[in-house]
Ligand binder design. Structure first.
Ligand code: MYR
Length: 280
């Protein structure tokens, strides 16, 4: 049984790793005025954070069309029996739902849409594990069982410099009543049942990071091997410093530095930071 692994671009797995692990990618886009840019194809994260400073009207984002997803699947159906499409959370984008439609339309290949219920490299953890297992010859059902196991221990918390981006894009749930006061603070955010909700209201970034490290310590201090990612929106130096700090504090922890690319960056704004991890 040969299984193709497809991800959308928001897992932000660098091209060389995608090529190495035979991972296929369908891009989401950022739209500035009338011009759409497919992230990771037409625009890099660095270019995006530069461009956004120069425009009056903030960009919008769009999911891949059914046509693009079908094209990818049809191409893969020549060489594979099954395909798993691992998408960003269904509560923040229609990409998962479009993959479900693609499953129904696909011929000559069995398609399995998988809702990561998260995004960025935390979603990428599912993709990398799936690619590893597919290479070992495992079938889609076995791979999905393993992804569900990862979901049991996967946790991710993040914070933004300015909540108004998330609020404007309509991707912040459960905060309507306190949104006015929350714009002044740095709440820790996380995903609950596929949607972004505030986890705790904290006044400063320093205290918010301290609390995120405390949450991380609950798992890291047990000594089990942990794969983590620190994700940043144009603040690589801080992210590298956090990686060093965590890896020197815990011998059981490996941290990958990753980034909020153009699509996710549109909704979080520059300066966001997140920490995600799972028990390997
Ligand atoms: C679309 O237009 O379909 C894409 C919408 C993307 C919304 C992104 C909202 C922020 C996600 C934060 C992920 C943090 C993961 C650690």
């Amino acid at each position: 049984m040969s299984v193709a692994i497809i991800t959308d671009s928001t897992s932000y797995i660098p091209e060389n790793i995608r090529n190495e692990f035979n991972i296929h990618m369908v891009p989401l886009s950022v739209v500035f005025g009338d011009s759409a840019y497919r992230e990771e194809v037409d625009i890099t994260a660095a270019e995006f954070y530069e461009k956004v400073k120069t425009v009056e009207q903030l960009p919008k984002t769009s999911q891949p069309s059914i046509g693009v997803i079908m094209e990818t699947i049809e191409h893969l159906s020549k060489d594979y029996d099954q395909a798993i499409i691992i998408t960003l959370s269904s509560g923040i984008s229609g990409t998962y739902q479009t993959s479900v439609t693609a499953k129904d339309m696909a011929e000559n290949i069995e398609v399995f849409p998988y809702d990561s219920e998260i995004s960025c490299l935390a979603q990428g953890f599912y993709v990398l594990e799936a690619a590893k297992l597919a290479k070992q010859g495992k079938d889609a059902e076995t791979i999905i069982k393993r992804l569900d196991e990862i979901k049991q221990s996967l946790r991710a918390y993040f914070m933004v410099a300015d909540l108004s981006h998330l609020h404007r894009g309509g991707r912040l749930n459960g905060a309507q009543a306190i949104i006015g006061s929350m714009l002044q603070v740095k709440p820790i955010l996380h995903f609950e049942e596929t949607k972004i909700v505030p986890f705790e209201k904290i006044r400063t970034e320093k205290k918010a990071m301290k609390r995120i490290f405390q949450l991380f310590d609950e798992d890291a201090s047990t000594g089990v091997p942990i794969q983590a990612t620190i994700i940043h929106a144009n603040r690589e130096e801080d992210a590298n410093q956090i990686k060093q700090q965590l890896e020197s504090q815990y011998s059981n922890v490996t941290v990958i530095v990753s980034y909020f690319g153009p699509v996710i960056g549109t909704h979080l704004g520059e300066g966001a930071l997140g920490l995600g991890w799972y028990k390997e």
